[in-house]
Design a binder for this molecule. Sequence first.
Ligand SMILES: Nc1ncnc2c1ncn2[C@@H]1O[C@H](COP(=O)(O)OP(=O)(O)OP(=O)(O)O)[C@@H](O)[C@H]1O
Length: 233
Amino acid sequence: MLHIQELQAGYDETMILRKVQMEIPEGKIVGLLGRNGVGKTTLVKVIMGLLPIDKGTITFGTAEWKKERPEHRVRAGMAYVPQGREIFSDLTIKENLLLGMEALPKSKRSSEIPKEIFEWFPVLEEMIDRKGGDLSGGQQQQLAIARAIISNPKLLLLDEPMEGIQPSIVQLIQDVLVKISREKGMSILLIEHNLDAVLSCADEVYILDKGHMVLNGKCDELNEDELHRYLAV
Ligand SMILES: Nc1ncnc2c1ncn2[C@@H]1O[C@H](COP(=O)(O)OP(=O)(O)OP(=O)(O)O)[C@@H](O)[C@H]1O
């Protein structure tokens, strides 16, 4: 689904990512771990087209991304939930969700929210007319993820969706991610600090360290001591 080869990117003169290789297969959850400041958010911004590629390639399906704008990538089937959620505080849950449907072609848009959204996140139906800004952090995170998946993207990019969220909601989010990857064949890139959260829902893990991918493997085949070594502060 997404194939990254020899990627180099960063900010002006500062190169952050160096020769990054990564593969996100169709219908799989891939965890991206690494200490603070190693370049995880930078990588996801390059994938979304928010930062330019300096060297290397990013291929999404059969398309090689070069200078395509983020909105083009969204229409092609990518969705991004940035760190900090960025929902619209002054809009209701319903209005936020309807905005998520703007990523769909006009012919597929509807004024009805698909029922499965409320099956996955029941609290959003209960609070449908509440403003985003009045929700708890965990409810806002559910809204941000629901808004991203409402357009049925092929690839969902999540930057630290479990950060600051209570354990019961972390569990709910993990369960929904597993369901949508299995039932819809959606590919998911999950950036996280929480190793246990990643190991309990991802199929595969990558570890980034100082801009290099230093470890990659299927969750059940990884050596936990090695994982901890790269993640220890
Ligand atoms: N706009 C920017 N301009 C210049 N440097 C930046 C910018 N944003 C981030 N950086 C630097 O790029 C490096 C990688 O940052 P990035 O946010 O990608 O790391 P991260 O792995 O996502 O960290 P965290 O886990 O803390 O979110 C850091 O050294 C950071 O200071």
